[in-house]
Write a protein that binds this ligand. Structure first.
Ligand code: IVH
Length: 673
């Protein structure tokens, strides 16, 4: 047999045994036999390097470490799911679906576990794994192809032949609990840090720059859907799609079921809930999807989540621990936040020692005393929360919490306005705590993006009176930095380079970096777009500020107050004098960079604006709007009752987005629903 045929035969056999072992859990040969086949292939490929292809099983492991992950723009965004915690919410979902589909009878759903891992998108071109990316912000993820190749249950080549020429397969990377335990006992033996929970361990493993490390971690994949797909030979229902994914070689949850109507959904939830502990992996709920894919299309999306699907979450885990103390944190705007210091307790997969108590009223409402036994709750990714105290276990030794009347950091008076729940330190930027937070905010990634200026460093700079205002950062020299703790020459130079680099910015980032109360990233972008230059913004009065879309009286008043403070104007001038600069009038294009030169087609009724308004916004951001769909179209923006244009877009495999996604492309942030 010629070499190339033997190589082909070995590859096919190895992938088949791989699939049987890692996906079907039904091996036919021993590990030793498998190793023999694998080594034969390795040696043939070593003799004939010209025969090595990217889908060869030998290529799963061994790629060189990367300096960083490249960004990948998802062909269709990876959206999130709306959550439900009660039967009423599920009933409301089912009602909305029936109304949306004008369906008289029960809707057929696909119900499946909600895996507690990390979402990834795998792109297959010509049936071969070409790229794998993390979800990222839903629009852009990180290219983790080399790491995903090491996951044995991910096919490098799709099985069978009925696959589209290009397809994104979506699913979750996770660790089984037993593998996680093994990983941790290995870490323990080696005296290395243990992982907190399977999800964190999976995330850490997938985001390794060195794929050889990922290859040692027993990651698994479970497919739950597809993203963009070219071609028309796709099943008509989600459950059939899952079967098709299994035929292509992907693991899919054995627990997925087709169920009918609300009662079917709730029965499924109860059934899986009862078996949760006996599943080999962690789940944090179940997911319901309208089974008919054409009906899914008709229902479409609201904001960032589909109308056709719902995550029904399990209740958050609750435990009891002791409230050791309540300390005060002073934030960027002077807000005093009481923080619960708790006796360490393991809940929802992590050890919790602190939890914010928000404000004084919250402490009274929950009737918490220092020394109380308290209930702490945490679900999955959610921040831990103190639910309340157990008054029956209260002893005479407990203490009431009293909000300090002087700032614990600078001693300034604490004021609480009658209409506000928050007490604030009145020290402004005199207060080192506020100054530190303001500097950290100024340097943060989405503001001026000064890498390396972290908490410890800011602490030293402020406490040592080296830096008082953001403008002082641009006067820092090597000498001042090199004297600081844990600051080698190299890191000092890196920091100075990062500071220098930050001088070239955008108006939107600059406005956001100033840390004006109530002005977040989205408002900063709106202001930059509306005024075009900093001087126009500085000159604006409240009436002019109110003309900015999305700016209301509270935001306008915050901006006016900030800009009427001579100290703030001085810092702004110093920053400009130090060389901080941006292209005036360019902010709009910069934030909407994705839109420039792109061709859009609008179809159907958009929920929040007329098609004319959408056209104006696209054109203002440098995009083009065309009346007809063709292969030249970059985005089809579809609203309710979109008809033939949408159908054509689907046949051409074009990117279809909704209003919320359009706004996002335009750089307009929306409140999530
Ligand atoms: S479907 C358009 N199915 O949940 C809907 N997601 O909140 C796309 N997840 O990050 C998601 N199990 O990683 C879907 N069976 C499942 C899932 C699932 C877990 C995760 C997914 C996503 C998040 C959405």
């Amino acid at each position: 047999m010629p070499f190339s045929e033997r190589v082909q035969a070995l590859r096919a056999a190895i992938e088949e045994h791989n699939h049987r072992y890692h996906v079907l859990d039904a091996p036919l040969i021993s590990d030793a036999e498998f190793d023999r086949l694998f080594r034969e292939l390795q040696s043939l490929e070593a003799e004939h390097p010209e025969l090595v292809t990217s889908d060869s099983p030998t290529q799963r492991v061994g790629a060189a470490p990367l300096p960083e992950f490249a960004a990948v723009v998802h062909a269709t965004p990876m959206l999130s799911l709306n959550n439900a915690f009660s039967e009423e919410e599920v009933a409301a979902f089912d009602r909305r679906v029936r109304d949306g589909l004008a369906s008289a009878g029960e809707v057929q759903y696909s119900a499946e576990p909600k895996f507690d891992g990390l979402a990834v998108s795998l792109t297959y071109e010509g049936g071969v794994l070409a790229r794998g990316a993390t979800r990222g912000d839903g629009w852009t993820g990180e290219d983790v192809t080399a790491n995903l190749r090491t996951v044995r249950s991910i096919p490098l080549r799709l099985h069978g032949s009925r696959w589209p020429p290009v397809i994104d397969v979506r699913g979750e990377v996770l660790l089984w609990r037993s593998d996680f335990e093994k990983m941790n006992s290995r870490q323990r033996e080696r005296g290395e840090k243990e992982f907190v929970n399977p999800r964190n361990a999976a995330a850490g493993s997938l985001r390794q720059l060195d794929p050889r490390i990922t290859a040692t971690r027993p990651l698994r994949f479970c497919a739950y859907g597809i993203g963009a797909a070219a071609g028309d030979d796709l099943p008509a229902t989600h459950s059939a799609l899952l079967d098709r994914l299994a035929q292509w070689g992907f693991p899919v949850a054995a627990e997925h079921r087709r169920v009918s109507g609300l009662s079917g959904l709730l029965e499924y939830y109860a059934g899986i809930g009862g078996r949760r502990q006996s599943l080999p992996y962690d789940i944090d709920g179940v997911v319901y999807k309208v089974d008919d894919l054409a009906a899914q299309d008709r229902l479409g999306f609201v904001s960032r989540a589909p109308r056709f699907a719902l995550a029904h979450k399990f209740p958050a885990e609750e435990v009891v621990t002791e409230l050791l103390d309540i300390s005060i944190q002073v934030g960027r705007t002077g807000a005093l936040t009481p923080v619960a210091r708790l006796a360490p307790v393991f809940v929802g997969g992590v050890t919790v020692t602190n939890a914010t108590l928000h404000n004084e009223d919250e402490i009274r409402r929950k009737d918490l005393c220092i020394g109380d036994a308290v209930i702490v709750r945490r679900a999955g990714d959610v921040i831990p929360e103190v639910v309340g105290a157990l008054p029956a276990r209260r002893t005479a030794a407990v203490r009431q919490f009293v909000m300090p009347t002087a700032c614990p950091v600078c001693g300034s008076r604490v004021v609480r306005q009658a209409d506000e729940a928050v007490a604030r330190c009145s020290g402004g930027l005199f207060c080192p705590a506020q100054r530190k937070q303001a500097l950290l905010h100024f340097a943060s990634r989405r503001a001026m993006d000064i890498e390396g200026l972290g908490e410890k460093l800011v602490e030293q700079l402020v406490d040592g009176a080296i830096v008082r205002t953001p403008a002082d950062l641009y006067r820092l020299g090597l000498l001042a930095l090199a004297n600081l703790e844990r600051m080698a020459d190299k890191s000092a130079n890196n920091l100075l380079a990062a500071i220098e680099q930050s001088k070239q910015t955008t108006l939107a980032r600059f406005i956001y970096a100033l840390g004006i109360r109530n002005v977040g990233e989205a408002t900063a972008r709106d202001l930059a777009r509306h005024f075009g230059s900093l001087d126009s913004l500085l000159a604006a009065d409240v009436a002019q500020l109110l003309q900015v879309p999305e700016v209301g009286p509270i935001v306008a008043e915050s901006i006016r107050q900030f800009l009427s403070e001579p100290h703030n104007l001085e810092v702004i001038e110093q920053l400009r004098a130090a060389g901080v600069t941006w292209q005036e009038g360019e902010a709009m294009v910069a934030s909407a960079g994705m839109v420039v030169g792109k061709v859009f087609v609008l179809t159907g009724t958009l929920p929040g604006m007329t098609r004319e308004a959408a056209r104006e916004r696209i054109e203002a951001a440098g995009g083009k709007v065309s009346a007809s769909v063709s292969t030249k179209t970059d985005f089809v923006v579809a609203g309710a009752d979109a008809g033939s244009k949408l159908a054509k877009a689907r046949t051409l495999g074009l990117t279809v987005i909704d209003e919320a996604q359009l706004l996002r492309l335009l750089g307009v942030e929306q409140a999530t629903q």
